[in-house]
Ligand binder design. Structure first.
Ligand code: HPA
Length: 274
């Protein structure tokens, strides 16, 4: 099983390198409604996921499903416009497979973004939250099964899931651009249901400031391989909320789109410092 993942990685990387043979320095994963990011990039190559062996197809509206290579903030980057989620029916290891691919392509840091529900009562729709830590609640661990020793240790340390250095740099970038950012704990859940009122309340009591259906598996796989991770949530809805305030996917996409320029500016500034 371990060998077959390594073989798959090598096969995938070989095909990608037929399209684009330069080494990206930074890997980026874009969350729901954040696919417009590419307009900020100097795009050099785009590969639809369907042309990449071993990549699952992205099935969610708002996730376009393309691997984009190019330049941003003076660095070579590889950007996933569209990610995979556990709720789509993929295994946790499949969800995180592209992150392993990015590491094999040579990236030295991973930047993640997502749309999330905010539980912290000081949050508003459209705010940004730098993720300082996470709680993997209902999300299955992508490292379940035999360990792949070539990738990392059986029992990875998780004392610094999100790089303190990258967080400091991103905060300085945000401050210099006058973009307010929160910092907090992200709870990773499977979805696809949004949380019940009682669940949002519980997650908040457990110490989470925001909740979402992605990021945790990608983070774990990256940390397994020793890759530093930075992640930011766009708060698209408020978990602890008014009576009769119903959350829809459209509302999430709309709020993410509106906040995208702020997030893009922070990523760009951060990449310049890496
Ligand atoms: N809950 C879970 N995932 C989400 C939410 C939420 O409220 N908003 C965006 N993604």
């Amino acid at each position: 099983m371990g060998i077959s993942i390594i073989q798959k990685l090598k096969e995938t990387v070989a095909v990608i390198q037929e399209y684009y043979d330069e080494r990206p320095q930074v890997g980026i994963v874009l969350g729901s409604g954040l696919g417009n990011f590419k307009s900020e990039m100097e795009v050099e190559c785009e590969i639809p996921y369907r042309d990449i062996p071993n990549f699952p197809e992205s099935t969610v509206e708002g996730h376009s499903g393309t691997l984009i290579f190019g330049k941003l903030g003076g660095k070579k980057v590889v950007c996933m416009a569209g990610r995979f989620h556990f709720y789509e029916g993929y295994s946790p290891a499949d969800v995180a497979f592209p992150v392993r691919v990015m590491k094999f392509l040579g990236v030295e840091a991973l930047l993640l973004s997502n749309a999330a529900g905010g539980m912290n009562t000081s949050f508003h729709v459209g705010d940004l939250m730098i993720i300082s830590d996470h709680i993997s609640l209902f999300a299955h661990n992508p490292l379940l099964g035999p360990n792949i020793d070539e990738l990392g240790p059986r029992f990875p340390d998780m004392s610094e899931p999100y790089s303190k250095d990258l967080i400091q740099k991103a905060k300085a970038v945000a401050e210099s651009l006058n973009i307010p950012v929160h910092q907090g704990v992200y709870a990773g859940v499977t979805g696809p249901t949004f949380e019940t009122r009682a669940e949002y309340k519980m997650l908040h009591i457990l110490g989470a400031d925001a909740v979402g259906m992605s990021t945790v598996q990608e983070n774990i796989v990256a940390r397994h391989m020793g890759l530093p991770v930075f992640a930011i949530s766009v708060i698209t809805d408020l978990g602890i909320r008014e009576e009769n305030n119903i959350i829809t996917h459209d509302e999430v996409l709309e709020a993410a789109k509106a906040a995208e320029p702020k997030m893009t500016a922070i990523f760009k500034g951060l990449i310049e410092t890496i």
